[in-house]
Ligand binder design. Structure first.
Ligand code: FAD
Length: 393
């Protein structure tokens, strides 16, 4: 077993590190702050800069704007960026759509969309969930009806992340209401600036404005924007979600390492009631617990990245990555608040105020991570069935 990265991968990592030192990610404007997924916030300006360096499309074929390099190199870049809390929100989810385009797109779609995604000229959201269809996408009610060379879409999507910042959305809609529920769905590449599309941001309980609702009223979508085969949208979406679960969560170990370092720094520098926090055995144990779990997360993520690098499909492994990352994020936020304690509210130091603000936000926002992209219960069902071979319950 060799856990080392190759010389080429390490060289690339150094380039990313140097880039983050020369162009600090925090100096770029951010539209959505870091919500604790592990991959930083959403910044169009920073994403554009990554596009200029070719780092949004490292592993895509060169003819579609990629660099033709490996998935592991893509992972190494993302991992190093995550440690520097660089914003990767907008494009990591776009990766799932790009994967769908690469596998199921027509030549025209690949040539049109992928180079633009690679340069960050466009960003995608994923419009799957509806008020009556979340875990069970079979209940999708949004309709797409053929009309000449177009489809006319009507319906409502809820929770798409970043649809108010992205130009495009991958929309799941019912094209054949007579077919069995799983056979009558199709996926469309929808320009959300089209007439009939309304996107409203939704403010969540942490005060963030990162997800949205999309209303589709007689939206004309050209036939050439059907992604994959008509009525075969559901397997395509499940495939995209596999990638989404991995890329959306595979950076927990890198992103949260900074959080741990900052909690250790706080513990080392703080005295309360005349005693150093370092003397508190419970706090020490809690910090050690985070260190253990981040190491476990790192190994799980490396294994999944390695599998993808071999060209394997992730199947249930992406559910393992996601479930562990999301629940670990919640544990870190809770432990962080305990370490900081109520007394931090009495301190004037702006540095610690920023830390308290961050952990309060993470504590509230991270409740939603184990829902986003498929709930932990659904992930456990997948692991039980695909990983352990248990029958459907
Ligand atoms: C922060 C955030 C970002 C999101 N981003 C997007 C996005 O970009 N695009 C998008 O389309 N959607 C997005 N979503 C929506 C998300 O995918 C759904 O919330 C999720 O799939 C659950 O669906 P639901 O909310 O309808 O809950 P439901 O499906 O109604 O589930 C309710 C509860 O029942 C449980 N449950 C349901 N079925 C089962 C079962 N078979 N076995 C065991 N338990 C079950 C669930 O685990 C859950 O606890 C986002 C959600 C959040 C919180």
């Amino acid at each position: 077993m060799d856990f080392r990265f190759s010389e080429q991968e390490e060289k690339l990592r150094l380039q990313v590190r140097q880039f983050c030192e020369e162009e600090p990610p925090e100096s770029f404007p951010c539209e959505i702050e870091d919500e604790g997924y592990g991959f930083g916030g959403w910044s169009r300006a920073f994403t554009t800069r990554l596009g200029q360096k070719g780092w949004l499309s490292i592993s895509w074929p060169q003819e579609y704007g990629g660099m033709g390099r490996t998935v592991m190199e893509r992972f190494v870049v993302a991992e190093e960026l995550a440690y520097h809390r660089a914003p990767q929100y907008g494009h990591l989810f776009g990766d799932a759509v790009a994967a769908g385009l690469l596998t199921h797109g027509t030549e025209a779609q690949k040539k049109d969309f992928l180079p633009k995604l690679a340069r960050a000229e466009i960003l995608f959201s994923t419009g799957l969930s509806e008020p009556g269809a979340g875990s069970d996408l079979l209940n999708t009610a949004t309709r797409a009806i053929k009309s000449g060379d177009d489809y006319i879409l009507n319906g409502q999507k809820i929770w798409p992340t970043g649809a108010h910042l992205a130009e495009w959305s991958l929309i799941l809609a019912r094209t054949d209401p007579e077919a069995p529920k799983s056979r009558g769905l199709s996926t469309f590449l929808v320009d959300v600036r089209s007439p009939g599309v309304t996107v409203n941001p939704i403010i969540d309980m942490a005060g963030a404005e990162s997800f949205t609702e999309i209303f589709l009223e007689d939206v004309r979508v050209p036939r050439e924007n059907l992604l994959g085969q008509e009525n075969r949208g559901l397997p395509l979406v499940f495939e995209c979600l596999e990638g989404d679960r991995f890329w959306g969560r595979c950076l927990r170990h890198a992103g949260s390492r900074k959080d741990l370092e900052e909690l250790v720094e706080y513990t080392t520098q703080t005295r309360y009631n005349g005693r150093s926090l370092l003397d508190d055995q419970v706090l020490r144990d809690q910090l050690a617990e985070i260190a253990i779990e981040l190491e476990v997360s790192r190994m799980i993520n490396y294994k999944a990245a390695w599998l993808m690098n071999q060209g394997a499909s992730l199947s249930w492994e992406s559910s393992v990555v996601k479930t562990f990352a999301d629940e670990l994020g919640q544990r870190i936020a809770a432990i962080g608040l305990q370490v900081l304690g109520p007394e931090i509210q009495l301190q004037d130091d702006p540095k610690w105020a920023a830390l308290r603000k961050r952990f309060t936000f993470l504590y509230n926002f991270n409740r939603g991570l184990s829902l986003a992209g498929g709930t932990s219960e659904i992930q456990r069902n997948t692991i039980a069935m695909r990983g352990l071979g248990l029958p459907r319950s």
